[in-house]
Design a protein around this ligand. Structure first.
Ligand code: ATP
Ligand code: MG
Length: 352
């Protein structure tokens, strides 16, 4: 089921008449059967967007389509959505079986078929053996699987997941995100996965939407967004360790760093924000020379802090290429991996 948001906006007004634009003119089409990660810092409007799609929050303006159906005014229970929250919200007094069955009891599904669907769904999410237990007798990961099974048993048109893994420990998170990807692939259900964890979103999504202050910053497959950020916000939000960014000047088609011309650029003179990802540097003899400030060995890679334009910049390089005693190091970076951003708008400037 294709999902389309048209100029979707939500303005909350508090008692003093103060307005918060939680979601600002979103125009997004989510292709049928894809998993889209909705990503951004706390308060950027992720949950509000999801709740509008679910029908729990009424949009101020704009429309929501499921395929050709305009569902903007449709009641939540009529939309055919499966919803999973951060806290699993299972019924504590019911068994796992009953928890998953519950949504079907309000529908006209014959008893035998309902039982079959519960079992099939429990098997799909890997809790087929736990149907007689109560939620308190399950681990966090198992509880979250029950919540997913319960959301899917109705065969929803769209699956909405709001930070479903944030209550789990790091290892379980990793395992569950692979599970969610598998379940999504096997069911082929159009899914939106909300998270503020960029790595989680990158690893699981077919495409990602990055939001800031309710506004779409970019909508692309994860690797495209990582390699070709549209603006400084996206460049900074993706990547760990984060991208190095600092101000530099362009003069006569030359980018000046450390008072030296660093590379040719085909853009007007002025100040720009430069972005360079730590892993895009290489140690190379004919590279530019920098002063090593600190060296951290982290297994296969080594992190160097070096002085660049008076700024402390990080490079992540092959451990074989550097030794502890080095006071200077020669580095290179491909020109297409040097990002330049407009100082006013933050938009990336093509300098090739
Ligand atoms: N019911 C409400 N009334 C007033 N303001 C609200 C309401 N719900 C959300 N907001 C505001 O709207 C903005 C977006 O909130 P939202 O919950 O969508 O953010 P989020 O991206 O889900 O954040 P988080 O990562 O912390 O969950 C915030 O500024 C929030 O304070
Ligand atoms: Mg939220």
């Amino acid at each position: 089921m294709e999902l389309r948001l048209e100029n979707l906006t939500k303005i909350f007004t508090n008692k003093n008449g103060q307005e918060t634009k939680a979601v600002d003119s979103l125009d997004i089409t989510i292709e049928s059967g894809t998993l889209v990660g909705l990503l951004g810092p706390s308060g950027c409007g992720k949950s509000t967007t999801l709740f509008m799609i679910a029908g729990l929050v009424k949009p101020t303006t704009g429309k929501i389509f499921f395929g050709d159906d305009d569902v903007t005014k449709l009641a939540p229970e009529k939309r055919g959505i499966g919803l999973v929250f951060q806290n699993y919200a299972l019924y504590p007094h019911m068994t796992v079986f009953k928890n998953i069955l519950f949504p079907l009891e309000n529908m006209d599904v014959p008893r035998d078929e309902a039982f079959e669907r519960v079992k099939a769904m429990a098997n799909l999410v890997g809790i087929g053996e736990l149907l007689d237990r109560k939620p308190s007798q399950l681990s966090g990961g198992q509880q979250q699987r029950v919540a997913i099974a319960r959301a899917l048993v109705k065969k929803p048109r769209v699956l909405l997941l709001d930070e479903p893994l944030s209550n789990l420990d790091a290892r379980l998170r990793l395992q569950m995100r692979e599970e969610i990807k598998r379940i999504q692939r096997e069911t082929g259900i159009t899914t939106i996965f909300v998270t503020h964890d960029q790595e989680e979103a990158m690893s699981i999504s077919d495409k990602m939407v990055v939001l800031d202050f309710g506004k779409e910053q970019q909508y692309d497959p994860p690797q495209d967004m990582y390699n070709s950020p549209d603006n400084l916000f996206v460049a900074k939000f993706l990547g760990n360790p984060p991208i190095n960014s600092f101000e530099a000047e362009v003069k006569n088609k030359k980018l000046i760093i450390n008072e030296k011309p660093f590379m040719q650029v085909n853009i007007p003179d002025g100040l720009y924000d430069v972005g360079m990802r730590p892993e895009n540097f290489r140690v190379k003899e004919d590279g530019f020379q920098t002063t090593v400030k600190e060296i951290f060995h982290i297994g296969r890679d080594t992190m160097i802090h070096f002085d660049f334009n008076g700024k402390n910049v990080r490079a992540l390089v092959d451990s074989e290429s550097i030794n502890d005693k080095q006071k200077t190091v020669n580095l290179t970076i491909k020109t297409e991996r040097v990002y330049l951003f407009d100082k006013q708008t933050g938009k990336v400037v093509n300098h090739g």
